[in-house]
Design a protein around this ligand. Structure first.
Ligand SMILES: *Cc1c(COP(=O)(O)O)cnc(C)c1O
Length: 385
């Protein structure tokens, strides 16, 4: 067991909740039947699968036939974008509109499509890390097949105008996908209101299990077979269902929806504490808009300081925090998200992401603030900043 920790990296992954864990256990042991089997053990599994789909549909205000279980956010992004692009190409459209600070699951899917003849248009994200719906309206043309813009950015926590972009896409007859992986843990999502055609969610970002997610795909919108084989997931994604995880995901979505309001208020208090302390630090910059953000993700750059050394020093104190995106760490490049905001390379390298979850306490935040300010002082004495 690791000795950690004060865990402040909830945008990377979250601890499974007790309620989710308990809901999953029966499906790992006594109710292990295959939902495709007609005897009672199978029917019991099929009922749990159907119930999970209904729970997810309720959480998103859609129909259960519009929910497709997947292996996670990355797969949902791939499936939606590839389906939309390839289907609409048959109408002679080959342009995809997106933003430069999407998750790699979106950016690299779009890059792969470019190799197959698609063109990409990137919306400006501005210094505050928010795209403008009017830019989307301006760049959509008769060649545009799909717009894919994330709901909430995973490194800086800014909320994008998904509903406005959805309305524009609807008006212009263009398909709209949104990666809502970071929105789902903190916002009530209504796919009708937001005019979304495809929407991606991941289990492990909302105190559910890893390796499971879902794709919402509006009825009548093109969706291509993704895994060939049996008739699972409305005949489009074969393979015996990962039932325990699917049950866990649906329970996590229900729990999140029930607690959304109170958790938001609790997190706002912690965030306020964090910002009022960190804003006072010399050379500190809060990255991304101050108000258009979810309360759980803060990203600060400290002039003259590399986030990597902060992450390692914090780790020695039992605190887990991210520098840049977890998915691109290990590579030497500064975060593509922070760079897209027009920041200097040195400030982008300094971006420290503090992401809160359901289980963080005020005590933990106080300890974190104390440790971080100590570390910053020490590092600055060394560098003479
Ligand atoms: C984590 C994350 C993903 C990937 O989800 P997985 O379930 O880990 O594949 C996609 N998009 C965003 C915004 C994320 O934060």
């Amino acid at each position: 067991m690791s000795k950690t920790c004060i865990y402040l990296d909830n945008a990377a992954t979250t601890r499974i909740s007790d309620r989710v864990y308990n809901a999953m256990l029966p499906y790992l042991r006594e109710s292990y039947g295959n939902p495709g089997a007609i005897y009672s053990l199978g029917r019991e599994a099929a009922r749990a699968l159907k119930n999970s789909r209904l729970m997810c549909a309720k959480a998103l205000s859609c129909e259960q036939g519009e929910i497709y279980f997947t292996s996670g956010g990355s797969e949902s992004d791939n499936w939606a974008i590839i389906s939309a692009a390839e289907s609409i190409r048959e109408q002679g459209k080959n342009r995809i509109v997106t933003s430069p600070f999407e998750h790699k699951a979106v950016l690299n899917t779009v890059n792969a499509l470019e190799k197959r003849g698609f063109e990409t248009v990137y919306l400006p994200v501005y210094e505050n890390g928010v795209v403008k719906a009017e830019d989307a309206e301006r760049v959509i043309d008769e060649k545009t097949a799909l717009v894919t813009v994330m709901y909430v950015n995973n490194e800086i926590g800014t909320i994008q105008p998904a509903a406005e972009i959805g309305a524009i896409c609807k008006k212009k007859g263009v398909l709209f996908h949104t990666d809502a992986v970071q929105a789902a843990p903190h916002m009530i999502i209504d796919v009708q209101n937001d005019n979304v055609d495809y929407l991606s969610i991941s289990g492990h970002k909302l105190h559910g299990p890893k390796g499971v997610g879902l794709l919402y795909c509006r009825k009548g919108v093109p969706l291509r077979p993704f895994v060939n084989g049996g008739a699972q997931e409305h005949g489009l994604r074969a393979g015996t269902e990962n039932l325990a995880s699917i049950v866990g995901l649906s329970e996590a979505m229900a729990e999140t929806a029930e607690n959304a309001e109170s958790e938001r208020n609790a997190m706002l208090l912690l965030t306020k504490k964090l910002t009022s302390a960190l804003d006072k630090v010399k050379g500190a910059h809060l990255n991304g808009d101050r108000t258009k953000r979810i309360p759980s993700i803060l990203n600060y750059s400290f002039e003259g300081i590399e986030s990597e050394s902060l992450v390692l020093q914090l780790d020695l104190k039992g605190i887990a925090c991210a520098g840049g995106s977890a998915c691109t760490s290990g590579s030497v490049h500064p975060s593509h998200v922070l760079m897209s905001l027009g920041m200097s390379e040195s400030l982008a390298r300094g971006g420290l992401r503090i992401s809160l979850g359901r289980y963080n306490t005020e005590d933990e935040i106080n300890i974190f603030i104390g440790e971080l300010t100590n570390i910053l002082e020490k590092l600055r004495k060394l560098t003479g900043f």
